[in-house]
Design a protein around this ligand. Structure first.
Ligand code: KIV
Ligand code: ZN
Length: 525
């Protein structure tokens, strides 16, 4: 089990493949916060972004490369000179930088997406690996849509990439098409082909799996790739990612832990951080985890039926193959109250993965004290909401200074809302509106105050913790400029939480528009 050859490296791509999917966009400070949590979790590689895609991504990667320690920081590039150079700039300051270059290899992509022949794809792959290698020693090469590529050509590309200096060969199932036995056989074939080629570095090349979940097989396929010799798996927390998502990190890691002897493989993940990291991601993105999700779903360890409860009372092993505390459930039940001091708060936040600078800790402590006056018990989920709420308030955009809502069920009552907002430059604006209900009126007043119209797809309020004094978390999903945005807000007052969630989207939208304008201006200049 502890044979180093059987250690599987965990490459987390929540901040790149995950973040590029609808409803999962994050601001640069949120990405940085999450990257720290990934390092605490013990991932080997953090794919921080795709710096050539936007200034915002470049800024986020730069901050992660400078600050986050304990994991390799990878950045993605197409096989284009500009992309690779953007990666090199973004990674300045990183102790363990990696450039990850990719090109499509399948006939479908070669013909319809790239318009390139096999030879041209091969040439570009080699050019990109060699260029990346001039900037960093650690280069990864990915053959996009590998699972629909002719195996002999795929082997040829892999051999050429290793010969050019790639240390890791990633074989993505880009469209989630493969099956476990197929991917296992492919990995066995590719490994044998690369080793037999005898090119320099062939024996040490690390094979990596990157499976999408279109048929619900991403975790099963990644495990089968490990059986076929993969020693790196690319995955995301909560399985977020393009379309149906990527291989879920928490499921893969726990499968290797619970069935370690079967797979003969292990990871260095601190599994007790899985639940806190999963929760942090869903709070940041506003993307909830389904209740019955394996490992991190709320029902993952709930035993409802009498027969199961009876069995559990006699012996936990009857219906439990892993312990909730081993994946971090117990850790998330800690309670604090109004007598808890600043040092206790700081300790608890650190345990939750938040290391805050002095000024931010002071602000969160003030928020904690006022919350503890309203609620008897402050749970970890409340603390997370406080920190992330402070992040959202610190981000540039409109701030809610005050609001008033009146509503009723009498025949002549007209739900009415008034809001006072302060914009990013400190200017104050007040507006009022009526609506079919209090939330409708509030959103209409916010739309007037910001000049932004959101097409709301969904609106939900849930309680952050248990108890009738629990904080409410509002989540709004809206469509603007053809893109989906998710916003969240938390407060003991659910109308305030709703207004904060609406403003969270409006502010994200404004920042996205400003970044797009900057990128256009830079392209013209
Ligand atoms: O799914 C995919 O093919 C990818 C590559 C860019 C690695 O995400
Ligand atoms: Zn992908």
């Amino acid at each position: 089990m502890n044979d180093p050859a059987a250690r599987v490296r965990i490459f987390d791509t929540s901040l790149r493949d995950g973040e590029q999917s609808p409803g999962c966009s994050m601001t640069a400070p949120q990405k940085l916060r999450f990257a720290h949590a990934l390092a605490e979790l013990g991932v080997d590689v953090i794919e921080a972004g795709f710096p050539a895609s936007s200034e915002a991504d470049m800024d986020a990667v730069r901050a992660i490369a400078r600050e986050v320690r304990g994991a390799t920081v990878a950045t993605l590039a197409r096989c284009h000179v500009g992309d690779i150079e953007a990666c090199a700039r973004a990674l300045e300051g990183s102790v363990h930088p990696r450039i990850h270059v990719f090109i499509s290899t399948s006939p479908l992509h070669r013909e319809h997406k790239l318009g390139l022949s096999r030879e041209q794809v091969l040439e570009r792959a080699v050019m990109a690996v060699e260029l990346a290698k001039r900037h960093v020693d650690d280069v990864e090469f990915s053959a996009e849509d590998a699972l629909r590529t002719e195996p002999d050509f795929l082997a040829q590309v892999c051999i050429a990439a290793v010969n050019a200096g790639a240390r890791t060969l990633n074989i993505p199932d880009t469209v989630g098409y493969t099956t476990p036995s197929e991917i296992r056989t492919l990995f066995e074939f590719l490994r044998a082909s690369v080793v037999e080629s005898g090119v320099p570095g062939a024996k040490d090349a690390v094979f990596s799996a990157h499976c999408h979940n279109d048929l619900g097989l991403a975790v099963a396929n990644s495990l089968a790739a490990i059986e076929g010799g993969a020693r790196q798996v690319e995955c995301t927390i909560n399985g977020i990612g393009e379309r149906a998502g990527n291989c879920a990190l928490e499921e893969l890691v726990m499968a290797l832990r619970v069935r370690g002897e079967y797979y003969g493989a292990h990871t260095r993940i601190d599994t007790r951080r899985l639940v806190p990291t999963s929760r942090l991601l869903s709070r940041i993105t506003g993307m909830a985890v389904q209740r019955n999700k394996a490992v991190v779903g709320q029902n993952a360890f709930a035993h409802e039926s009498g027969i199961h409860q009876h069995g559990m009372l006699k012996h936990r092993g009857t219906y439990e193959i892993m312990r909730p505390e081993d994946v971090g459930w117990a850790q998330s039940q800690m309670v604090m109250g109004r007598h808890s001091g600043r040092a206790a708060l700081s300790d608890r936040l650190q345990a939750l993965g938040f290391t805050l600078p002095e000024a931010q800790l002071n602000a969160v402590f003030a928020g904690f004290k006022s919350l503890a006056e309203k609620k008897r018990e402050v749970f970890d989920a409340d603390l997370e909401a406080l920190v992330l709420g402070a992040d959202a308030r610190a981000a540039r955009g409109h701030r809610l200074a005050r609001f008033h809502v009146s509503t009723g069920v009498a025949q002549d009552s007209l739900p009415t809302a008034s809001v006072q907002l302060v914009d990013a430059d400190g200017a104050s604006v007040s507006e009022a509106a009526v609506g079919d209900g209090p939330v409708h009126a509030l959103f209409a007043a916010l739309a007037r105050g910001t000049g932004i119209t959101l097409e709301i797809d969904s609106y939900q309020v849930s309680s952050v913790t248990t108890g009738d004094d629990a904080q409410g978390q509002a989540q709004v999903i809206a469509r603007v400029d053809g893109r989906e945005f998710t916003g969240s807000g938390t407060s003991t007052d659910i109308l305030e939480a709703s207004a904060l969630a609406w403003l969270d989207i409006a502010n994200r939208l404004q920042r996205t528009r400003a970044q797009a304008a900057d990128t256009r201006a830079a392209a013209i200049a």
